[in-house]
Design a protein around this ligand. Structure first.
Ligand code: ZN
Length: 290
């Protein structure tokens, strides 16, 4: 049984991405990467507000002391959501003008992980970084093409990671030191279907993966077996996250077709924010504790 996907915000984002629930606000944060904007959507009122952060923004996460941590074009920054003020706290690849940060998420120890990619998606140009609570930055992976979805298993011993040009991988994860080892592939997406993008784990340990170009979100078992699919009326599904007071709502971000393409008419709500209640719940997000 799959309930219907509902359009909750007809945002017409160029590249809607990075949904994450903000428990303190009871709102969903999401980003429009190329619009340089961080959004907050209030499901109770339907109101959406946004902050211009001055450069491409790939992902955000709630910060324990308030506001958000961000993965920006030039590196990591903080957003004060009361004033809209942006503070850069660590450069990652500010010296590589062809690159920007992309997807990211916090781990259980309050560190923020986010990776990079080339604006032209050139293979191998990106990396994956870990921002610690003391604001130190460590490069955890090199030779990444499009650093995308990331999340951790229920027992916190496995880290899942998507490089969109490769597939869905797992690592052994050591939570105290934040170390990853023993990379292995657990699922690939046939290129004719699309590419794997953003991801979230549910409270049963299964992975929900947005398939960019595939008009869907697909649920995988931890061993990579396909469990089910949710169809979305937009080709470019980009990411998903559970939210709502009971974490039973799965929010799905989407992107617009290429400018000038003939795909606009077939998907009038491209770039919108969608929601479905798939019958399983998610988990509260980890917060940045730096
Ligand atoms: Zn993505």
């Amino acid at each position: 049984m799959v309930s219907d996907v509902e359009l909750v915000l007809d945002a017409h984002a160029v590249l809607g991405e990075g949904p994450i629930w903000l428990p303190a606000d009871n709102m969903l944060a999401w980003v429009d990467i190329m619009g340089h904007r961080v959004h907050r959507f209030d499901p109770l009122t339907g109101r959406d507000e946004s902050f211009d952060v001055g450069q491409p923004v790939g992902a955000v996460a709630p910060r324990a002391s308030g506001g958000l941590v961000m993965a920006l074009r030039d590196g990591f920054g903080l957003l004060d959501t009361a004033t809209g003020r942006v503070e850069m706290i660590a450069d990652t690849e500010a010296d590589i003008p062809g690159n920007r940060m992309n997807d990211g998420k916090c781990d259980s120890e309050g560190r923020f992980w986010a990776g990079t990619m080339a604006f032209d998606a050139r293979p191998g140009a990106g990396a994956l970084y870990r921002l610690d609570r003391d604001r130190g930055v460590t490069r955890m992976l090199s030779d990444v093409s499009i650093s995308n979805g990331i999340d951790w298993s229920l027992d916190n011993r496995t880290m899942y990671f998507i490089d969109s040009l490769s597939g869905l991988d797992a690592f052994d994860y050591e939570p105290i030191g934040g170390q990853i080892t023993n990379r292995r592939r657990i699922a690939t997406i046939p290129p004719e279907l699309g590419v794997p993008d953003g991801m979230t784990l549910d409270s049963e340990g299964y992975l929900w993966v947005a398939i960019w170009g595939g008009w869907m979100v697909r649920r995988f078992a931890p061993d990579g077996r396909i469990d089910r699919e949710i169809r979305v009326p937009v080709a470019r599904t980009s990411s998903c996250a559970f939210g709502g007071p009971d974490y039973a709502d799965l929010y799905i971000t989407t992107a617009s077709p290429e400018p000038g393409s003939d795909e606009h008419a077939a998907q009038p709500h491209a770039g919108g924010l969608f929601r479905v209640r798939p019958g399983v719940t998610g988990r509260p997000p980890n917060q940045y504790r730096g």
